[in-house]
Design a protein around this ligand. Structure first.
Ligand SMILES: Cc1cc2nc3c(=O)[nH]c(=O)nc-3n(C[C@H](O)[C@H](O)[C@H](O)COP(=O)(O)OP(=O)(O)OC[C@H]3O[C@@H](n4cnc5c(N)ncnc54)[C@H](O)[C@@H]3O)c2cc1C
Length: 388
């Protein structure tokens, strides 16, 4: 581990002894695959059966990974992190049904968040998922250039309007807006809309940010093409760079349907692709801004090193680091201590509605074995340090 990330005192400064114990206990549980499977099934059952488990979930996994049930409830967490120089991205993590009323409700929520974060230095970005605004099958159909029925065309127009409404509002309020990346089969259509939004609202500076999932081997070429368009048409590119969260699903589908997987052939190839994307963006900061969303120490360290080599100030507003709340505090808080821009995704929403998000976190940490053991050893190190 790079020495910059070794400081557990700073990493966990906001955690009380009992919160530290809870985090240790949680990651111990999460490290146990059969337990996560059983726990997930039991929790799902208990929620569906309306058993009174919410307070138990709240006191354990929810409070570790989420900021609260509403944006207002997140404020104490936001303020505490900001005291240590770490910003927040309020992430409305309710994954609802694919219904028009739900899409409109999500739109209203994002607009409300934009109003809420305006001029709050501690919350420099808003965020949403494209599938929060429309059905995944419809994105896929549009991405494949399939002919839409009249009803589908009207439905698609509503998706476009929702995008335009939030991007316009973000531009008016001068709040940067991150748009998450999702499954590759819906991403082409989303990319086209987001590129249009950049053309429209990123004329003076990056307001709208798309996401590049660098586990896809075609993303660097996509970025280079967008760069050509940006130079020709005069707009800034905002990009969140991540490795990507849907690898198993992507590979399974590619095999089932007999096409070449869009995913890089190995973890190393993904790592190299991620780092190449970062380098490309840092070399073109005249018209780009990058948000490196990663828990990978080496990648985070490389971004910092390249910035130094290129004499980009640590606090340059065009470079951000991002981690998820409840994970990799040793990266977030130690980078912030060095003056880098850091923002943690802070999920929020009613306890039972954010359960799919929490279950994904548990499953992800179970499958990314290295990450859980790293969290555990850092927590152990800090517990030991406090005892001494
Ligand atoms: C702030 C933030 C925002 C995010 N937003 C998004 C988003 O919008 N969309 C999204 O999809 N994800 C998003 N993610 C999740 C992200 O894509 C990763 O799943 C997660 O961060 C783990 O990757 P890593 O870079 O942290 O670290 P690592 O642990 O080093 O990398 C793990 C990742 O490497 C890749 N990988 C693992 N094994 C292989 C293999 N055999 N072959 C090829 N690749 C492999 C996978 O992408 C896996 O998730 C976000 C993460 C953060 C921190």
């Amino acid at each position: 581990m790079d020495p910059i990330f070794n400081n557990t005192e700073n990493a966990f400064a906001l955690k009380t002894d009992s919160q530290l114990e809870r985090a240790y206990f949680l990651f111990k549980l999460i490290a146990n695959q059969p337990l996560v499977r059983i726990g997930t099934a039991v929790t799902n059952f208990a929620i569906k059966a309306h058993l009174p488990v919410e307070s138990l979930i709240r006191a354990t996994v929810f409070d570790h990974f989420c900021g609260g049930t509403s944006e207002e409830e997140c404020i104490p967490v936001v303020d505490k992190m900001f005291e240590k120089g770490v910003c927040s991205v309020l992430d409305y993590s309710v994954e609802g049904k694919e219904e028009e009323a739900q899409f409109d409700a999500t739109l209203e929520k994002i607009l409300k968040i934009l109003n809420f974060v305006k001029e709050k230095q501690a919350i420099p970005f808003a965020v949403f998922k494209p599938t929060g605004f429309g059905r995944i099958d419809l994105y896929e159909k549009v991405g494949n250039d399939e002919t839409l029925t009249t009803d589908e065309q009207a439905e698609w127009n509503r998706v476009l309007t929702r995008f335009d409404t939030v991007c316009k509002k973000a531009h008016e309020m001068d709040v940067a807006l991150l748009i998450d990346g999702e499954e590759s089969w819906m991403q082409d259509a989303a990319d086209e809309i987001v590129a249009d939004m950049m053309r429209k609202y990123n004329k003076e500076k990056p307001i709208v940010y798309n996401t590049l999932q660098m586990y896809r081997w075609d993303r660097l070429d996509y970025l280079k093409q967008l760069h050509i368009d940006a130079k020709a048409q005069g707009f800034h590119i905002g990009m969140k760079l991540v490795r990507g969260a849907y690898m198993e699903k992507e590979n399974r589908r590619a095999i089932a349907q007999g096409y070449t997987s869009p995913i890089c052939i190995s973890k190393q190839a993904t790592d190299e692709n991620f780092d190449a994307g970062v380098v490309y963006m840092l070399e073109n900061l005249d018209c780009m801004a990058v948000f490196a969303g990663t828990h990978n120490e080496e990648s985070s360290y490389k971004v910092a090193e390249i910035m130094k080599a290129k004499q980009v100030a640590n606090s340059d507003s065009r470079v951000w680091f991002g981690q998820l709340y409840g994970m990799s505090d040793h990266i977030s808080f130690n980078l912030a201590k060095e003056g880098y821009n850091v923002a943690k995704y802070l999920p929020f929403g009613p306890v039972r509605d954010v359960m799919p998000y929490l279950i994904r976190r548990a499953e992800e940490n179970t499958s990314v074995a290295g990450q859980t053991s790293r969290e555990l050893s850092l927590l152990k190190q800090e517990k030991k340090r406090r005892k001494l």
